[in-house]
Ligand binder design. Structure first.
Ligand code: PGA
Length: 249
């Protein structure tokens, strides 16, 4: 099955609203590519201005997080309705920084994934092992556990529309990119895990990204791997280099 590539930027906690507009305007002409879904996941306060600036382009604006309740007394959180009303289509769920610094767990990730689908938002579900886990040889078991819990009670129809981002923690922001073989091995294991939970059809449809120090020079080889359907890009998504990553071929 041929899957459409999806290359997403994860701006993290960078860019003020006016800087966001400037960056979207700078990157707009550089990220044109009809064969790839291009997403900029931006800080909540940047969503509306970035959306405005991206109008008429091939860029979709995504969120970096959301809460799993509809509304109410959850100071500081963003609800799925707010994202939908702003025109958002994609939301990153369970990034390792959210898990590490903000106490997100596999269980909260699952709640957020279910809530995203209720609102027709496409979750970009993050998973990935630490350096210790890789060195101890438990990477694949750990990732399978993260995936199984993230997809609890998710229908096959919705699972097929999900995006998974495999991001080894040791590769994030370190300049230490996984080799194409390492990335492919885990992305393949993730696809097999999805096949175990659902079936061949869902496994063939779901899109799996690699993330962790993706650059213009590492993208072509990574994105050529059979089970890698694009990337989640942090640092390099804030620069003109992102255009080269989107046009990796
Ligand atoms: P990086 O971040 O590309 O800066 O390593 C990737 C991510 O955390 O999504």
């Amino acid at each position: 099955m041929s899957r459409r590539m999806i290359i997403a930027g994860n701006w993290k906690m960078n860019k003020t609203p006016s800087e966001a507009v400037a960056l979207v305007n700078e990157l707009k002409p550089l990220v044109k590519n009809d064969e790839v879904d291009v997403v900029f996941c931006v800080p909540a306060i940047d969503i509306i201005p970035a959306m405005e600036a991206a109008k008429g382009s091939n860029i979709s604006i995504g969120a970096e997080n959301m809460y799993f309740e509809e509304s109410g007394a959850y100071t500081g959180e963003i609800s799925p309705n707010m994202l939908v009303d702003a025109g958002v289509k994609y939301v990153i769920i369970g990034h390792s920084e959210r898990r590490g610094y903000f106490a997100e767990t596999d269980e909260t990730v699952n709640k957020k994934v279910l809530k995203a689908f209720e609102h027709d938002l496409t979750p970009i579900i993050c998973c990935g092992e630490s350096l210790t886990q890789r060195e101890q040889g438990v990477t694949l078991d750990f990732i399978r556990q993260q995936i199984k819990i993230a997809f609890l009670n998710v229908s096959a129809e919705n699972a097929a529309k999900a995006v998974i981002a495999y991001e080894p923690i040791w590769a994030i922001g370190t300049g230490k990119v996984a080799t194409s073989e390492q990335a492919q091995e885990v992305c393949h294991a993730i696809r097999c895990c999805i096949e175990d939970i659902y079936d061949k059809e869902v496994a063939g449809a779901i899109r799996i990204q690699y993330g962790g120090s993706v650059s213009a020079s590492s993208a072509p080889e990574l994105f050529a791997m059979e089970d890698i359907d694009g990337g989640l890009v942090g640092g390099a998504s804030l620069k003109a280099d992102f255009g080269k990553i989107v046009n990796y071929k």
